[in-house]
Design a protein around this ligand. Structure first.
Ligand SMILES: Nc1ncnc2c1ncn2[C@@H]1O[C@H](COP(=O)(O)OP(=O)(O)OP(=O)(O)O)[C@@H](O)[C@H]1O
Ligand SMILES: [Mg+2]
Length: 265
């Protein structure tokens, strides 16, 4: 590679997938997120950690405009994905949420079959030209969700009939079925046993090859295992953001240190 190409590559790699500037969120009079600016990289797992109520879920929801669905929530500041302002009036939040998928704390499959849970998004977004196409999309998504082997013989049974861990992997398959570029996960393992947790963690590591993944977790061990970058929130502030290894071994802020050593939270 010549110098010019190397320089171009360096610029591309330093570009953030998600770029937030001076973000503030209010719920009525509650100031839940305070002047948060952060760059989130592509093909990286970023963990959001911090004590209960510090604003992790609130900030996560800003990234695909889920706060729009909360009447009293008001979001200020700028959030760009691939350089595009996601709060611009021209942006359709439904399209945005297909591009920026989300997995919640509690597995929430639709009251439909396993197949239809996964097929729903691709159908409404017109991603399949034929039934065969759709079958292929569903299989690929279930494979990515590490659920195919367990689900392939019961695709037309209700998703709610799966175990909790399987339901969560179904929700992940559903989220990846629309080919998102960013995957937001709010405590995706809190309802899972250690085996299902390990499966989901393995899956997150695999998803990183194709996506920018942001995960909220209360488990410091989990953040250390799955993420490359960690953001520590405290009372609505983003106190510290950096390499996961550095945050856990050599935090710069006293509040981060207190949290990771168990003194606050
Ligand atoms: N829908 C809502 N209406 C009003 N206030 C809210 C709402 N959601 C969150 N808040 C408030 O915003 C602040 C941040 O809450 P948030 O849920 O983002 O915290 P969190 O870090 O995700 O906490 P946890 O770890 O307990 O999930 C809290 O003070 C909370 O009470
Ligand atoms: Mg939360």
């Amino acid at each position: 590679m010549n110098d010019m190409k190397l320089a171009e590559k360096a610029v591309r790699m330093s570009e953030a997938k998600i770029s937030a500037r001076d973000v503030n969120v209010f719920y009525g009079d509650t100031h839940a997120i305070k002047d948060v600016s952060v760059d989130i990289a592509d093909r990286t797992v970023t963990a959001f950690i911090g004590p209960s109520g510090c604003g992790k879920s609130t900030f996560l929801r800003c990234l695909n405009r889920m706060n729009d669905t909360i009447d009293i929530a008001r979001v200020e500041g700028e959030i760009r994905i691939d350089g595009q302002d996601i709060y611009d009036p021209s942006i359709d939040p439904v399209q945005l949420r297909a591009k920026v998928g989300m997995v919640f704390q509690k597995p929430n499959p639709f009251p439909k079959s396993i197949y239809d849970n996964v097929a729903y998004g691709p159908k409404i977004h017109g991603l399949a030209r034929s039934k065969a196409d759709l079958d292929e999309i569903v299989e690929r998504a279930l494979r990515r969700g590490a659920l195919w082997e367990e689900a392939k013989d019961r695709l037309h049974q209700p998703g709610t009939g799966l175990s909790g861990g399987q339901q969560q992997r179904l929700c992940i398959a559903r989220a990846v079925a629309t080919e998102p570029e960013v995957l937001l996960m709010d405590e995706p393992c809190s309802a899972l046993d250690p085996i299902a947790t390990a499966q989901v963690e393995e899956l997150i590591d695999d998803l990183r090859k194709n996506y920018s993944v942001v995960i909220v977790t209360h488990s410091m061990q989990q953040a250390a295992r799955v993420s490359q970058k960690t953001a520590f929130f405290h009372l609505g502030n983003l106190v510290e953001f950096g390499e996961t290894g550095q945050i856990f071994t050599n935090p710069k802020d006293r509040r981060t240190e207190s949290y990771i050593t168990g003194r606050i939270g």
